[in-house]
Design a binder for this molecule. Structure first.
Ligand SMILES: [Zn+2]
Length: 364
């Protein structure tokens, strides 16, 4: 579903209006204290759910409900701006967001303004006052909206990549630290009181952005490909390339090594790449939340794309997953995955065996 218009309404607008009938996809948001919206009013609102859970859960539910075509949602205790931010993250295509504030707040804001007469709590069926107010509030929130509208695009897949600027990364660290603090609080830690933990949210956020998921936001590594002018026809192999990744299911690290090989094409203009570039490619895909199967394929496909004319690419990843070691079954085991194409796949003249022998020889 593509939302063209999301309307956010606050406060009394949604109280005591028995004639209220949502006509379009609409999120009705109340940031006034819980209880102002009467029970009977709530019951009158068809397809309305009332949320007073913690912010994170509530936001997720708002989004879920919108996706399910529920016509209205009431949320208590959340800042309008947080809602707008969240909606824009999920619906970057939203063309218009209307904001309304509780009547008292509205009065306070408009007191000094002569061009706008106070408007009574209005009937939602009457478009005029809504339009007037929304236009004006849009102006009031302009600065905030400007910031929010520039809010970063979100990755649809955990192992995706969107290059971010240093400024964006700094903002991510700041915001992620704030949420991680809430995460610790939710787990019952007064982390601010402990000198070993009071900077932990910041450290965690920084470790994610700078190291653990750096590949999610880095530019693709620059890899120069050279023509195979000597018409080398053998196997090119790099073994034991370190892999440090993050399991997308549990967000716990998994680490090990990758072995990669390819056979270049035999024509002069077929391409070969520098060996260390194979390491860079492995690192680029490892440093993001992933599952090992996809990681193996991503590495394979990238090499296959760069080495134009290649006659086969092989990637083997061996790693130990902390989600297996530390939780659940709690055992040490090694997961091996392989992705092969061309000669490696067909095992032409024992190519696959040759690759496996090279891997075996590289073991310490
Ligand atoms: Zn896992």
């Amino acid at each position: 579903m593509k939302l063209k218009k999301i309307t956010l309404l606050f406060g009394r607008i949604c109280s005591g209006k028995s004639s209220y009938k949502p006509k379009e996809y609409r999120i009705v948001v109340s940031n006034i204290v819980k209880g102002i919206i009467s029970k009977s009013t709530r019951e009158e609102l068809q397809n309305t759910i009332h949320l007073d859970e913690k912010i994170g859960e509530a936001l997720v539910m708002v989004i879920d409900r919108v996706a399910e075509d529920v016509e209205s949602v009431i949320v208590d205790g959340i800042r309008q701006v947080s809602i707008v931010k969240m909606i824009l993250q999920h619906y970057p295509d939203a063309e218009l967001i209307w904001l309304e504030v509780p009547v008292e707040e509205r009065k306070r804001r408009y007191e000094s303004r002569k061009d706008i007469k106070d408007v009574e709590p209005f009937d939602i069926a009457d478009n005029k006052p809504i339009e007037l107010l929304c236009q004006d509030i849009f102006t009031i929130f302009k600065e905030e909206l400007k910031v929010i509208n520039n809010y970063m695009e979100l990755l649809k897949k955990a192992n995706g990549n969107i290059p971010r600027t240093e400024e964006e990364k700094a903002r991510m660290i700041e915001q992620a630290a704030e949420y991680y603090g809430q995460f610790l609080t939710a787990l019952g830690f007064d982390w601010k009181a402990d000198p070993h933990s009071d900077r932990t949210p910041h450290r965690v956020a920084k470790a994610w952005v700078k190291d653990l998921i750096a590949g999610s936001m880095a530019e693709e590594p620059e890899v120069t490909a050279f023509p195979n002018d000597e018409q080398y026809t053998g196997l090119i192999c790099q073994t034991r390339i370190p892999v440090m990744s993050l399991c997308a299911h549990h967000n716990l690290t998994f680490s090990g090594v990758a072995h990669v090989a390819y056979i270049p094409g035999k024509e002069k203009d077929d391409l070969v790449i520098g060996l260390s570039k194979l390491n860079r490619i492995v690192d680029f895909y490892s440093r993001r939340p992933n599952i090992q199967e996809s990681l193996t394929k991503q590495i394979h496909d990238h090499i296959a794309r760069l080495c134009v004319g290649n006659r086969g690419v092989a990637v083997v990843v061996e790693s130990q997953h902390n989600c297996v070691r530390c939780r659940g079954i709690k055992q040490d085991s090694v997961m091996k995955t392989s992705q092969m194409s061309g000669y490696f796949w067909t095992n032409e003249v024992g190519t696959r065996q040759e690759f496996f022998n090279l891997i075996d020889q590289s073991r310490y």
